[in-house]
Design a protein around this ligand. Structure first.
Ligand SMILES: *Cc1c(COP(=O)(O)O)cnc(C)c1O
Length: 476
């Protein structure tokens, strides 16, 4: 498999290079040159362990011809290592809801939060951490990953690379502007390759510092800077797997099974789209937005328009622009994959400059035909958390509640509706407690989080100070 940039003006790469490169040099995102088929019939996956399905489904994306391309057995070992730390034997268990108002024939919540940081990003990032380690060892090289976080992605990235050989990680967070639980999930990690910095500034300042480090070419090359950001293709590949295992388990080859996906950067639901392209029978893919509903508005109007962002109780979905949407745009753009890059680049440049993009009619039509979409207001989110607790004695987090709200609103009689639980209720415990009167408990491995010793340095919002720290702690 080879990878093209969505903007068509970057080298075509095999998997290992696309993995380590992240963002393409033309500013685009890497996409596979074609969609592979599921290696085996869906029914075969019904009884296989998660890691076996994952190895099978991810393999066509990894398979290469270049020197040192990964073997199937190596991929199997990496996948196994990535998911052994999950706290549930099935990795992504299904929970049936019986008491709700859904018109669906059956309603399920797919629990994607059994990884170390209690959110679905672990499913992708645990795999990416192990894949990075594998590639770096093979190339006998090392990297320094720098990142900025407003809360959640920081801990998922830290958990993904803690103790991994050949990787140093420096994570910047805005001092005093992340919650105690979020900070402690990052700063109580003791491995020597993890370095936390509290920056005297805002999240935007942290992000600007990271961009400035990447822009400082001598520094970037000396430290071999890398990123594990949301646009890495390997993250999408990892997320395809649970659509396949769930479709198999619910016998989607014999009856209609639909998914509702709480959506922010469009990474999760894009994986559903790819699963479908690979032949997974998915009846409907339903996008669920919170009040920051750019994706839902684009779906309705065919016009993508940036209207800024307002904070909600589901902060991981508070986005202005869904970065992975560019991959869908590229998939729908008319013409052969190799010639779509230039017009997609033009469209993205226009969107960046004006905050507005009118989708070509064929693209808008395909988007409407293959997805459904809805948005949930804040009072609906709270009401859904309360309702699911009342009827099913089951606690859901506010992101999941966005999905359940929209999934119930749009469910059709006769279909099986699966709503994705993207975070554990304890991760957003205060919102859950406000809606239900019940404070969800942190799982055992985090129960003593508030007593653990923290490790971080405080630095000013100053590029030289940050770079000096990176050199000092990571070696240059
Ligand atoms: C990241 C995240 C989302 C949004 O997922 P995308 O792939 O960005 O669409 C939803 N819920 C939670 C809890 C998340 O962490």
């Amino acid at each position: 498999m080879r990878y093209l940039s969505t903007r068509g003006d970057a080298p075509v790469l095999e998997f290992g290079d696309a993995l380590l490169t992240g963002l393409a040099v033309d500013g685009g995102l890497y996409v596979p040159e074609r969609w592979p088929s599921l290696p085996r019939p869906l029914s075969v996956y019904r009884d296989l362990p998660y890691v076996d399905v994952a190895t099978d489904v991810i393999w066509p994306f990894v398979e290469g011809t270049g020197p040192g391309a990964m073997t199937h057995d190596e991929l199997g070992a990496v996948v196994e290592a990535a998911y052994t730390g999950f706290r549930h034997r099935e990795v992504v268990p299904l929970h049936r809801l019986d008491g709700g108002s859904s018109t669906a024939a059956e309603e399920y919540v797919l629990e994607l939060h059994w990884g170390p940081t209690l959110a679905f990003k672990d499913i992708a990032l645990q795999l990416v951490g192990h894949l990075f380690e594998h590639e770096l060892q093979r190339r006998s090289t090392t990297v320094t990953i720098v990142g900025a976080t407003s809360g959640d992605t920081g801990s998922a990235a830290i958990e993904a690379v803690r103790g991994r050989e050949g990787i140093q990680l420096v994570m910047l967070h805005p001092a005093g502007r992340v919650s105690d639980v979020q900070r402690r999930q990052m700063t109580t990690v003791t491995e020597a390759n993890i370095h936390n910095v509290a920056v005297a500034g805002t999240f935007d300042d942290c992000q600007d510092l990271v961009k400035a480090m990447f822009g400082d070419r001598p520094f970037r090359e000396r430290m071999r800077l890398a990123a594990v950001n949301s646009i890495n293709w390997a993250r999408v590949a990892a997320q395809i797997v649970y659509y396949v295992t769930t479709a198999a388990r619910l016998e989607a080859d014999r009856r209609p099974v639909s998914f509702t996906v709480p959506t922010g950067n469009f990474g999760n639901v894009l994986a559903g789209h790819v699963a479908r392209r690979m032949g997974t029978p998915i009846e409907r893919l339903v996008l669920a937005s919170n009040r920051n509903d750019i994706v839902t508005r684009t779906h309705r109007s065919g016009v993508m328009e940036n209207r800024g962002v307002e904070p909600t109780t589901s902060p991981a979905m508070d986005i202005q622009v869904s970065s992975n949407f560019e991959r869908l745009l590229h998939d729908y753009w008319p013409g052969e994959p190799a010639v779509r890059g230039a017009p997609v680049a033009e469209a993205m440049t226009e969107f960046r400059a004006t905050g507005r993009l009118v989708l070509p009619p064929s693209v808008a039509a395909a988007f409407t035909a293959e997805f459904d979409a809805g948005a949930a207001a804040e009072d609906e989110v709270a009401a859904t958390i309360a309702e699911v607790w009342e009827n099913d004695r089951y606690l859901i987090d506010p992101h999941t509640a966005v999905g359940v709200t929209v999934g119930r609103r749009l469910a059709l009689p006769g279909e099986v509706m699966v709503e994705m639980a993207t975070a554990h209720p304890a991760k957003f415990g205060d919102t859950v407690a406000r809606a239900t009167g019940v404070q969800p408990e942190l799982p055992d491995h985090l129960a003593d989080l508030m007593e653990r010793e923290e490790h971080f340095v405080e630095l000013p919002d100053d590029l030289t100070a940050i770079e000096n720290y990176v050199v000092r702690t990571c070696g240059g």
